[in-house]
Design a protein around this ligand. Sequence first.
Ligand SMILES: Cc1cc2nc3c(=O)[nH]c(=O)nc-3n(C[C@H](O)[C@H](O)[C@H](O)COP(=O)(O)OP(=O)(O)OC[C@H]3O[C@@H](n4cnc5c(N)ncnc54)[C@H](O)[C@@H]3O)c2cc1C
Length: 328
Amino acid sequence: MKVLIRGAGVAGLTLAHELATRGASVTVVDIRRQIAGNASWQAGGMLAPWCERESAEETVLSLGRGAADWWSAALPGHVMRNGTLVVAPARDAGELDRFGRRTSGYRAIDAEAIAALEPDLEGSFTRALFFAEEAHLDPRRALLELQQKLVEMGVRFDFGYGAVHSRSADVEADCTGITGRLTGLRGVRGEMLILKTSEVALARPVRLLHPRIPVYVVPRSGNLFMVGATMIESDAAGPITARSVLELLNAAYALHPAFGEAELVETGTGIRPAFADNLPRVERDGNTIRINGLYRHGFLLAPAMAHKAAAMILGTETEKERAHEAHH
Ligand SMILES: Cc1cc2nc3c(=O)[nH]c(=O)nc-3n(C[C@H](O)[C@H](O)[C@H](O)COP(=O)(O)OP(=O)(O)OC[C@H]3O[C@@H](n4cnc5c(N)ncnc54)[C@H](O)[C@@H]3O)c2cc1C
């Protein structure tokens, strides 16, 4: 079976992995010149289905809880299973209660337990929620290493404008994210920045609640911290706005004042592809399969979507999956 995958974001690469491990002949093409700059490149890399349940459907939790295992199996050593810490400034303590009411899978902890988990936050917060089962990875390292692994498995890659002309394949998989311009697909702009400092150490993503702009800080190797992310109903991909820089930096500074002295090494914008219900879809249209609408859950939900799409492509869906698809 020859499969042509359009799009080398997290949707396309996870699908390539599912197909290649089952023996399909896979080519991935991307209109970009390299794996960088797309929505997947800008992601935080949080695998946080319990936290996401705060604003997402139960499906996100049920489909996402296997993501850390999928990534661990595909890329051993990449997934950090240190949980997520959710905190709120004293004046927004009500936000913590609200978050707790809308989620599950956490322990409410006190200042002493916060300091034990994250010594650098000692004395900063009196209460927090600790989601011990959650995980994170560095999305850029993961994408690059997945591509490398796929090449070693025999998957062909072709990049650039010239790469996306039509080619012969038994099946095409459209994983083009927001560029897919599918009916009903909209863009949700997410801005982020990367700070560098050796003055702060965190072992896990920390979410700082705020009634207007909830923000998270995700630690990466090399003293880097990804600070994200705005949620703006727009598919304008231009540079980060001054207001967003201010808000993200304010939040980082509120989490730890040493972030005020950090180097601002990068700012970025990614456009999350989303359908009206903010849930992803795998659709079939003749010989084309589409994975899209990963919204703010690309790394979390792509493994489950890729699994489903690969089963459709290879004709290995279960009766239940086929009935579900027919129903929709
Ligand atoms: C700031 C930010 C933070 C995020 N944080 C997280 C997080 O912590 N956890 C999480 O799970 N998710 C997170 N997300 C969401 C996640 O990044 C997206 O859901 C995901 O990247 C969407 O992946 P995709 O492969 O569908 O799209 P993309 O990554 O955009 O990939 C689509 C690819 O298709 C290519 N393409 C377009 N047109 C064509 C064509 N005609 N032919 C060939 N190729 C084409 C594009 O060049 C691109 O490379 C975040 C998103 C943002 C913006």
